[in-house]
Design a protein. Structure first.
Length: 196
């Protein structure tokens, strides 16, 4: 069975666990560094990217997360997790993990629209997907090798580059597991390639 980890330092962890299970995979909440080795793919949840980064440093996760990526294992960042994955953040000199070739802007949907839902057209899905946005970032620029999966009002809100997947919204807060399934399929593929 595929094992999917959810970085459990802060943020919307439990909802991801439910969604992973609903897709028929095993979910592991990662709180200790050793636990990272057990999983085939990792989710960086939504929450607060600056707080999550502090905890990543405090618990010594930084080097291990980069190693996880080097092994070719898929990583999926939702909302704050997308900010952690991005190679560039508007207004910041340094990224956090700097893995996904996009430039993101934090809290970029304006104050009166801090939180909202929108019907999204996602590449590869024939029915709209409800995106829950909570003080969400958006992708200002998608670099080379990045496939844009969804735009909302002209703004990129989901993208994939090889083993990395990121979205501005919270797919785990709906009972629609199609976006999680997309990630699980990526993990399945990556694992198969390793075995062959
Ligand atoms: N605004 C948060 C940040 O910048 C992200 C919000 C979220 O994950 N829901 O980190």
């Amino acid at each position: 069975m595929l094992k999917i980890g959810v970085l459990g330092l802060q943020g919307a962890v439990r909802e991801h666990v439910e969604s992973i299970k609903a897709c028929g995979a095993e979910a592991v909440v990662i709180k200790k560094k050793e636990e990272l080795e057990q999983v085939d793919g990792l989710i960086l949840p939504g929450g607060e990217s600056t707080t999550m980064r502090k905890l990543i440093d405090q618990y010594g996760f930084m080097a291990l997360l980069k190693k996880f990526a080097k092994q070719g294992k898929p990583m999926f960042g939702t909302c704050a997790g997308l900010i952690l994955l991005a190679k560039e953040i508007v207004g910041y000199k340094e990224p956090h993990l700097g893995l996904l070739n996009v430039k993101v802007e934090r809290n970029s949907f304006g104050r009166q629209r801090d939180s909202f839902e929108a019907a999204l057209n996602i590449k590869g899905m024939d029915q709209p997907f409800t995106g829950v946005f909570i003080r969400a970032p958006h992708i200002v620029e998608a670099g080379e090798g990045v496939e844009v999966l969804c735009e909302h009002n002209g703004r990129i809100v989901a993208a994939r580059e090889g083993q990395f997947l990121g979205c501005s919204f919270h797919p785990e807060l709906t009972d629609d597991h199609r976006f999680m399934q997309l990630f699980i399929d990526m993990v399945k593929e990556a694992k198969k390639e390793k075995i062959v």
